[in-house]
Design a protein around this ligand. Structure first.
Ligand SMILES: [Zn+2]
Length: 367
């Protein structure tokens, strides 16, 4: 494997002669190596090999930075097949070709240099022009990741409706209309399993067969969690973009600061369900993935997306505006101590978020 060969080259040069081999040197030598070895290294795309060398270059830069900082870093390690998961081709047509058999009536293929035509199962139709292609391995499955440009906009007709979103744990999203979207129950189940698998992995002896199996299990569960998260994010975002012209949501950077696993006075007990750190980080990542998918879809549909400062949105009464921590009796129940208004706590917060979003939009229009 090129990465390991290039690393061995740098290692030997560094130890024996104190010479640092840099990316430029190795990239230059690569041309000769390819010419000498047409069936081996010569089979692979030059630009994907360069990407591999650049990645090694990055690992070395980090190594020397740690050394400079007075720490004793580990020398960049050889990557086993399982640890080195992704190969990227910077340009479609250079060593790889998307839709390499367009005349085929039903199947889609990609041609990878050194591999040949590979049939692809498409999760979603490709829109726009394919710019870069990455091949990624997760456990025993292989994935193609396409980056496209000139993706056509998909304008949707105006609905005249607006919505606010509260992001939580029991439901990923609660809307100001009282809908609960993307309830990540199956995600939570996978997360529990993943946490258990990781605890199991920590007990296995290094280099043992059982440990190898445990590593594969953790990788497979990680991949599953990722797919489930992306899938539910797509579904929820699609439904919202279809139904609403304007969507107000919490600013996640601020929201994450006010959230803690034990809950805060601001949102008492809100995250009780997020027991372990891992479980919590999975949910945090879920919000991030959801918002980025939502932003993409909103832009292409011509919908307005507004990020709102979430402070006080959970303890303010959406009917009379009375703001007090006592309004929030339990995690799920909101009961205003001034006007007696009761509501689902997340729905009450979502209405406040919508109101704040509309105020921001009006202020921007007036300016
Ligand atoms: Zn009230």
């Amino acid at each position: 494997m090129l990465y390991n060969a290039a690393l061995e080259h740098r290692r030997t040069a560094y130890r024996k002669a104190g010479v640092t081999v840099r990316y430029g040197d190795q990239s230059g030598e690569l041309k000769d190596i390819r010419a000498d070895d047409p069936d081996g290294q010569g089979r692979w795309s030059f630009s994907s090999q360069q990407a591999t060398l650049r990645r090694l270059d990055k690992a070395f830069a980090a190594f020397f930075a740690r050394l400079k900082a007075g720490r004793r870093p580990g020398f960049p390690r050889f990557k086993g097949g399982g640890r080195f998961g992704t190969v990227t081709w910077p340009k479609d047509g250079d060593g790889c070709r998307w839709d390499s058999q367009p005349e085929h009536p039903t199947a889609t293929f990609v041609r990878l240099q050194g591999v040949g035509h590979v049939r692809v199962h498409q999760h979603r139709p490709v829109r726009g022009r394919v710019k870069t292609i990455s091949v990624k391995r997760e456990g025993i499955r292989w994935y193609l990741i396409l980056a496209c440009e000139d993706v056509p906009a998909d304008r949707l007709p105006a609905t005249g409706a607006v919505v606010g979103l509260d992001m939580g744990v029991a439901s990923l999203v609660t809307t100001s209309d009282g809908e609960h979207l993307a309830s990540p129950r199956h995600l939570a189940t996978s997360a529990e399993r993943l946490a258990a698998a990781q605890r199991g992995l920590a007990r296995k002896k290094r280099g043992s067969k059982r440990r190898r199996k445990a590593v594969a299990r953790v990788a497979a569960l990680h991949a599953k969690v990722g797919r489930q998260r992306l899938d539910s994010a797509h579904k929820a975002a699609l439904a919202l973009v279809r139904d609403y012209d304007l969507i107000a949501h919490e600013d996640l950077r601020v929201a994450n600061m006010t959230r803690s696993a034990s809950g805060t006075s601001e949102r008492p007990g809100r995250n009780v369900a997020a027991k372990s750190g891992l479980n919590r980080s999975i949910l945090d990542a879920g919000w991030g993935v959801f918002l980025s998918v939502l932003a993409d879809k909103a832009e292409s549909a011509g919908r307005e997306l507004i990020a709102v400062e979430p402070r006080n949105t959970s303890r303010t009464c959406s009917r009379c505006g009375h703001c007090a921590p006592e309004n929030r009796r339990t995690q799920a129940a909101f009961a205003c101590t001034a006007c007696g208004h009761t509501a689902h706590a997340d729905e009450n917060a979502a209405i406040n978020i919508l109101r704040a979003g509309l105020a921001l939009r009006d202020a921007a229009k007036a300016a």
